[in-house]
Design a binder for this molecule. Sequence first.
Ligand SMILES: Cc1ncc(COP(=O)(O)O)c(C=O)c1O
Length: 364
Amino acid sequence: MSRVALPDFPWDSLAEAKAKAQAHPGGLVDLSIGTPVDPVPESIRAALASVSEIPGYPTTHGIPELRAAAIDALSRRHGIEGVPEAAVLPTIGSKELVASLPRQLGFGPGDLIVIPEVAYPTYEVGVLLAGASLLRADSTFAVGPQRPSMLWINSPSNPTGRVLGVDHLRKVVEWARERDVVVVSDECYLALGWESEPVSILHPSVHGGSLDGLLAVHSLSKSANLASYRAGFVTGDPKLVAGLLEIRKHSGLIVPRPVQEAMVAALKDDEALAAQRERYARRRLVLRKALLDSGFEISHSEAGLYLWSTRGEAALDTVDWLADRGILAAPGTFYGPTGGRHVRIALTATDERIDAAVERLASI
Ligand SMILES: Cc1ncc(COP(=O)(O)O)c(C=O)c1O
């Protein structure tokens, strides 16, 4: 057993609802996890295979082509400028980084780390593993006079799909700089804006020309269907990235060489990204309408891969209501105490399964 008291793994508690949903004659529609279901694009699979004969250890910092492709993609897709290539560091997906970042940045007992009110559960895990203290807050106002060492933001948010505007981000950065707080922005849904255009913390309109104290965490899991390859990177303040590189070199936290090659292809393939966006846009449209028509309200959800939905009742009652229709959703309680009246409904199912859910919601 771990000596650090970690929360129960949230999805384990869904077993009963899952069994009920599975018993539906039309089969389970699992919308409880944000796992990609569409195949890895051909360009990426070919890149992976093209270097599979290389036997030697890969570099922790990644091949130069990978860092260059990341910088180009950030500029082309998100208008991010001024990040040096050396300040890109590949990660083995982003979850391992999220869970170890507070520790890898040198934070521990005595440090306070701020995470969003409702948030991806791994932020809390990272704080616990570091032995630091946790505060859930969505505004700098809510932090009050306390002096955190690090603050996570996540826009577009998992689970709410909320997007933080440029003014909000700029204020957070200014506030953090006055207090010497490291701001880490988890941007794994940045390419998936629907009703608003998400902005990176590394956009010049936010940071005003300095990367000091800022890190952005990126993942190719959602934008390129690469969850199975484990592919992400962190970038931003060159000094912070250099520190992480040193620790990760010593620890052997290295992205496998074929995955590095696949990442280069993914970061160059804007067509594959556009095609994937279209698939999700369609699924979102039909599912959103079916939920609204069947009495749900949808909060935020202007970007990302989830519909943050409520029937105005306790989340577990809604999970149960959906399970009766063979649909599995995640209760908002997985993401923080204030999520108790919402469920998170993912867009990550095949068109066929999404259509099945729509049909079931329509026949109530
Ligand atoms: C907000 C957020 N950050 C990070 C991750 C981790 O993604 P991965 O480890 O696949 O890069 C996820 C996965 O769902 C997520 O929702």
